[in-house]
Write a protein that binds this ligand. Structure first.
Ligand SMILES: CC(C)(COP(=O)(O)OP(=O)(O)OC[C@H]1O[C@@H](n2cnc3c(N)ncnc32)[C@H](O)[C@@H]1OP(=O)(O)O)[C@@H](O)C(=O)NCCC(=O)NCCS
Length: 169
């Protein structure tokens, strides 16, 4: 079983010598209702090219089978979030505020999601990501995911998704 990445110590992608803010008081925690505004705002920024996800995110957020986690900087500023179904092991969404990308925050969220999935006895996690979203594919590949299929017209606006999965035991 993986060690619980209880705080920023679980960060794996920190840029050496390029710390632009102090991560000492950062943490990943389960989302609360007050995070929904941030999640809506960031998901609309990140995912609106694929469709209107406002209602979908709200439904996922209130689904007891879905866990939402938030990366919080300095005890108060949310910078990223992830949603995972702990029944199917599907990562439904993961995003980091554009200004804070490439600092290991996405990896920290992913590590935490993997930990939650392992805790629930899942052995595989999977996700859909747009075929054109090369940055996300590289991110997931770097984290050990492999493309296992495609899903044409998966997104509301018609884009094709790649299905990616990773064994976590
Ligand atoms: C995908 C996403 C969550 C990654 O978050 P992040 O905090 O930037 O990721 P990390 O800093 O932990 O990246 C870890 C490694 O993944 C790879 N990686 C991440 N983003 C990358 C990109 N845009 N291009 C190439 N490689 C990338 C790199 O190897 C990176 O390590 P490095 O920065 O030392 O080179 C973020 O880019 C994002 O929010 N994108 C918009 C939403 C989205 O597309 N979500 C995924 C589909 S649900």
């Amino acid at each position: 079983m993986k060690e619980r990445p209880s705080n920023v110590d679980c960060l794996s992608g920190e840029r050496k010598g390029e710390r632009t803010y102090d991560k000492q008081r950062d943490l990943i925690r389960l989302a609360i209702d007050g995070d929904l505004g941030f999640i809506h705002e960031l998901s609309s920024e990140a995912f609106s090219i694929f469709g209107d996800y406002r209602e979908v995110i709200r439904l996922w957020f209130s689904n007891p089978e879905v866990i939402t986690v938030v990366y919080v900087h300095n005890g108060q500023n949310p910078l990223g979030f992830g949603l995972v179904s702990v029944i199917t092991g599907e990562i439904l969404a993961i995003a980091v505020a554009p200004k804070y990308q490439r600092r290991g925050i996405g990896s920290a969220l992913l590590n935490y999601i993997e930990f939650l999935a392992t805790q629930r006895g899942l052995s595989i996690i999977l996700l859909h990501t747009a075929k054109e979203n090369r940055g996300a594919q590289l991110f997931f590949q770097e984290a050990g995911f492999q493309v296992v299929g495609t899903h044409k017209g998966y997104y509301p606006k018609g884009q094709t998704a790649l299905i990616m999965s990773k064994g976590i035991t």
